[in-house]
Design a protein around this ligand. Structure first.
Ligand SMILES: [Zn+2]
Length: 249
């Protein structure tokens, strides 16, 4: 389809396409494709033999360790977009994520009311979150992904001031819903994920239906296996080869 990412091989997973269609709304079908066509670097389009694996909304002292253990077992590293308020609350979890070889991006200070832009507050909170990650890990974060992908002009400017690069996604698993299952997540991912894509999943139910992270965790082995079967490597955004310029300029 024309709205799918162009580059790379398709990822074949076990769930049928018909099942995927039941889980994808209009926003999922056209928004990532539109972004990919118009702003490929913002969408997270990278080298065609690679998939960037990203998780939002953590850290979570209950669920994040389960993801770290599974990723260790599968030999895959990822980018975790964390919330500043959780970074200062669970610093040991943040340091453990970095110790295991993963990288951190900034998802904001909190997940509250992201649809209400407030340039002053957005700038303060983004800088505060980036500073928290830097102080806890000793490394400045490089990436920014706003909650729900709502990247206002104010948040864009705030990211530039905080020396963060906005990156959204080309495929997701709709793993935040109450009825998500490993099979539904696999099917939804398979519908849109191609080589060169950036995959969005969640390592916590912090901003979603209670317990929904089990669906993403359960889907991960098949998603990663499907990528490997297609000849695609998975890794963090720093290894993805995202374009060196920020699209909207
Ligand atoms: Zn989020």
């Amino acid at each position: 389809m024309s709205d799918r990412p162009r580059a790379g091989r398709a990822v074949t997973l076990v769930a049928p396409v018909t099942a995927a269609l039941a889980h994808i709304g209009p926003a999922a079908t056209w928004l990532p494709g539109l972004r990919h066509r118009c702003f490929p670097a913002l969408a997270g389009a990278g080298r065609p033999d690679h998939v960037a694996l990203t998780f939002d909304d953590g850290p979570d002292p209950v669920s994040t360790p389960r993801f770290l253990d599974l990723l260790d077992a599968l030999g895959v590293r990822a980018t975790f977009f964390v919330l500043g308020e959780s970074v200062v609350r669970y610093p040991a979890q943040v340091r453990e994520t970095v110790r295991r070889g993963h990288e951190l991006g900034v998802h904001g200070w909190s997940h509250d009311r992201p649809w209400l832009p407030s340039p002053g507050r957005d700038a303060r909170e983004l800088a505060r979150a980036a500073r928290a990650v830097h102080e806890v890990t000793g490394r400045p974060p490089r990436w920014y992904r706003p909650p729900y992908g709502i990247l206002t002009s104010g948040r864009w400017a705030a990211a530039r001031r905080a020396r963060l690069r906005p990156v959204l996604w080309t495929a997701w698993g709709r793993d935040w819903t109450a009825d998500a299952t490993p099979a539904s997540v696999r099917a939804t991912v398979a519908a849109d994920l191609r080589g060169g894509g950036t995959l969005l999943l969640h390592d916590t139910d912090r901003a979603a239906a209670p317990g929904c992270w089990h669906a993403a965790l359960g889907a991960l082995p098949a998603i990663i296996g499907g990528c490997h079967d297609a000849g695609l490597a998975l890794g963090p955004l720093s290894e993805h080869g995202v374009g060196t310029t920020t699209d909207p300029g």
